[in-house]
Design a protein around this ligand. Structure first.
Ligand code: MN
Length: 254
């Protein structure tokens, strides 16, 4: 089993190291990750500059490639150029912070896994919710069990599974829930300051407002202390709308 491990928090992030230490029990692990923090880069790629790649000994513990690009760049480059063996599984994480609800759209962690899935490799994104107990070692042990179960049950090429682990501050996580992604909008706002050079600056502050207690979504399940698994797909076509739009009176085009 050849596993590609990446993330969006950068190659030195503790979440990636913790995941590495567990994935080695499942197979041979190649690490290709951004050289710096690339959170919220979604599915961005680098097209106006070359990608510099440095081989590193990360934390004096494992070998990895640090890429001067985005998480998706790392997966593309790894699968096409840097990893010589066929990759059986792409793992992205463990991200510092949950990737549930509409954060899935902004997430570089999820996008890196999605790129693996688009390239025909089974892929898993793993994130740990923020809180008082940011225990990546424990989250990685849980993630390894989840990934092992996915492999045993038949995760297929092109399949993308988004895994979120609750913070341990409220105790042990409850069981695994497989639920859809919430599309609840975030209750975010900008805080504005005048910068030292007189230029106005805006900082984005994001949080969720009240979350429905009855809807079974990733957001609710995580708040309730479950480990959450959501299968994702990246066909953005709104199939239930396509017939209606087809029937509109379209102008002749010359
Ligand atoms: Mn991140």
């Amino acid at each position: 089993m050849h596993i590609l491990l990446t993330n969006d928090d950068g190659i030195s992030a503790p979440g990636l190291a913790a995941m590495y230490r567990e994935l080695v029990f499942l197979g041979e692990v190649a690490v290709v990750a951004p050289e710096s923090v690339e959170s919220a880069s979604a599915h961005a790629i680098t097209i106006n500059a070359p990608l510099a790649v440095q081989e590193l000994h990360v934390h004096n513990e494992f070998h990895g490639h640090a890429v001067s690009g985005r998480p998706v760049d790392c997966v593309k480059l790894a699968l096409q150029m840097l990893v010589s063996q066929p990759v059986d599984l792409v793992v992205s994480g463990i991200n510092d912070g949950a990737n549930v609800g509409i954060n899935v759209l902004y997430s570089g962690t999820v996008a890196a896994a999605a790129e693996g899935a688009l390239m025909g490799v089974p892929a898993v994104a793993v994130s740990l919710a923020r809180g008082e107990e940011l225990d990546f070692a424990r989250a990685a042990r849980i993630a390894r069990g989840i990934i092992k179960a996915m492999l045993d049950r038949g995760i297929r090429p092109g399949m993308l599974l988004n895994v979120n682990i609750p913070n341990f501050e409220h105790g042990d996580p409850k069981g695994v829930w497989v639920v859809p992604q919430s599309v609840q909008i975030m209750d975010d706002h900008y805080v504005s300051h005048e910068g030292p050079d007189g230029v106005r600056q805006y900082w984005l502050h994001g949080k969720y407002g009240p979350v429905s207690r009855t809807e079974q979504t990733d957001l609710r399940a995580l708040l309730d202390g479950h480990v959450v698994v959501t299968p994702l797909q990246f066909d953005l076509t709104a199939r239930e709308v396509i017939e209606e739009v087809r029937r509109w009176d379209w102008p002749a085009v010359e």
